[in-house]
Design a protein around this ligand. Structure first.
Ligand SMILES: [Zn+2]
Length: 310
């Protein structure tokens, strides 16, 4: 019913109901090649002769985790409200103390619930990027709905902050077979949802260069993986904040040694707690102790990587 358009050529010679083990080469190859990492965008050196770029990001999901499931639980909504009420102010204070910029990715519904928060984020010199409408799962949407929501989300953020977003992080990093075409059509400069490299690269759509820069993420560098919990599932935070700090620090240390990019994804309602915020404090202190580190927004780093690719 909503078979991705990209599959159409690959499926020309075969039936829809074939199992993956029955697929002819054209089909599995077409699926893999639909959205792909193209040329690496890794500069020889970073801005101001820095040897490492540091891209901190916060996905301000707040209540959208509950809303996108169709949930109405005041209990779970309150967990999201903590993100806006306590965590974002706490994080902004920390970032301000170190004078480091970051990128915030905000669902449009959340931006409408907390317009002052978004204006404060922009006012403090940070970036706001697209993060869906209500944190919807793109892969489950009809293509026309995904396109409409992505475009309206961008307009909504611009209407609230006065700054038009130039990048997108798909909610839950759920990147549908249609997302890249929509992103390119919108003229967005970068995406930060995919994982094919440690450093930036250009995205290919059906083997064609799109001009869209990917600033890659990884679950390894995401606080949610270590700290999420669900009362009714076996999901619990199994990793101590001190161990999470060690993982993040090793990711940075290796990026620094290689002269590459260190990118981190955090969530205010997850990392903004008293027993966890210190790990970000400690991490920024550790990074700042190195010579030649460039803290910048995702937009700045994506642009620099594209314009100065080795
Ligand atoms: Zn999110």
């Amino acid at each position: 019913m909503t078979a991705p358009a990209a599959r159409s050529t690959a499926q020309a010679s075969t039936g829809e109901d074939e199992q993956p083990w029955q697929w002819p080469e054209a089909r599995w190859r077409g699926i893999v090649e639909h959205v792909r990492a193209g040329r690496p965008l890794r500069p020889r050196g970073w801005k101001n002769d820095a040897r490492c770029a540091v891209a901190l990001s916060f996905d301000s999901d707040h209540e959208s985790g509950e809303l996108r499931e169709g949930g109405t639980s005041p209990g779970r909504l309150s967990q999201g409200q903590y993100g806006a009420r306590v965590a974002v102010p706490r994080l902004l204070k920390l970032l301000g103390r170190y004078q480091v910029p970051a990128s915030f990715f905000v669902p449009a519904v959340i931006a409408q619930l907390y317009p002052d928060e978004q204006r404060r984020v922009i006012g403090a010199g940070h970036e706001i990027g697209i993060h869906g409408w209500i944190h919807e799962r793109n892969s489950t949407l009809p293509p026309a709905a995904e396109r409409d929501l992505q475009m309206r989300a961008c307009d909504t953020l611009e209407g609230i902050t006065g700054v038009r977003p130039v990048g997108i992080r798909t909610p839950s990093w759920d990147f549908s077979p249609h997302t890249l075409a929509i992103t390119r059509e919108m003229g967005l400069f970068y995406d930060s949802s995919l994982m094919a490299d440690d450093d930036c690269y250009e995205l290919l759509l059906d083997k064609e260069a799109t001009g869209v820069v990917e600033l890659p993420v990884e679950w390894i560098r995401d606080d949610a993986v270590y700290f999420n919990m669900s009362r009714y599932l076996a999901l619990r935070p199994y990793t101590a904040p001190s161990a999470v700090l060690e993982i993040f620090r090793r990711e940075f240390d290796a990026a620094y040694a290689e002269g590459g990019l260190f990118q981190l994804t955090m969530h205010p309602h997850i990392t903004g707690h008293r027993s966890r915020i210190w790990l970000l404090d400690e991490l920024i202190r550790h990074i700042s102790g190195h010579a030649g580190v460039w803290f910048a927004t995702h937009a700045e780093i994506a642009r620099y990587a594209r314009d100065n690719a080795a």
